[in-house]
Design a protein around this ligand. Sequence first.
Ligand code: COA
Length: 340
Amino acid sequence: MRKASLISIASYLPERILTNADLENLVETSDEWIVKRTGIKERRIAQDEATSDIATKAARLAIERSGLRSDEIDALICATITPDHFCMPSTACKIAANLGLNTGITAFDISAACTGFIYLLELANSLVTSGAKKNVLIVGAEKLSSIVDYTDRSTCILFGDGAGAGVVSLSDENEIIDVHTASDGRFGDLLITPGQGSACVADENMLKNRQNFIKMNGNEVFKIAVSTLTKDVVEILEKNKISSDEIDFFIPHQANFRIIDAVKQRLKLPDEKCVLTVQKYGNTSSASIPMALNDAYENGRIKNGSLLLLDAFGGGFTWGSALLRFGGVDFDKISNAIKS
Ligand code: COA
């Protein structure tokens, strides 16, 4: 049976940092409230860059770290809720052009909100193990600052911009063991960007009512996220007969420290096995897991063969989890090779 592996990971962080102190100047909030309720201290903001620009930077590095030539990539899938353009062209097509990938490759976007990277893993795994593709570039990238209402203190403190990318390839070892993705559209209104779609067209009223920005019932989303994720991670471990002790690193979607902590406690995982970046980057939706994974990789924590458990929950609602052995080469080796 064919196996697929995540053979590289990379990310790109926009330069500008938006701190809690900066937000204190925009809305009635405090650093103390934000840190206590979410764990977030700062987030990155893309200024003169669109989603495809930041995505291209992460994707270029992911290809370089995979050891593949860019003409060996035969599909590119981008998960984003902040595409460069509302309808077309897709952000994936723009990234492919920016990178100079082969014309004619499969390229498309998916919309699964914060669960985007888990959906990408399932799609890439299926494409590679079915034999349809050999090397799939997956990108989670968001410019959430373009849909955040900086007059709404209940949401503007949460979100940031960033991009993460990886390559999934045919491999004999360190495979993607299992991916579970799910959705429940009955809860769509609890986390929604109502405007600028066929249900709420772009007109003066839409803009006046600020319908083009994220609206969230944070309290309800929080409760459902905790109960759904704690169940989901237990199920994927049980299904694959893997105990939480065997997990080397837990890399959750970075939305709120308290959601992550609840799942970590349910799994009885020690702090050192949990990768936390929410304090530095806030919630970057589909980019958050690959950005966190890359952080742990560049810090030398995640190595070739590390057993990883990922989980995410987001608008839709969508959620999911993944179990995989990381297939990338040791970062130290790569950085030495780049230096020499
Ligand atoms: N600063 C100060 N006070 C704030 C505030 C802010 N930035 N935002 C809200 N408040 C106030 C509210 O107005 C409310 O005041 P009241 O009691 O006088 O009405 C109070 O704080 C409590 O608000 P509440 O919404 O119940 O807070 P919370 O503990 O649920 O925390 C979130 C709010 C958004 C941090 C939390 O609900 C959350 O993280 N939800 C999930 C978000 C998420 O994960 N979304 C994406 C899914 S991927």
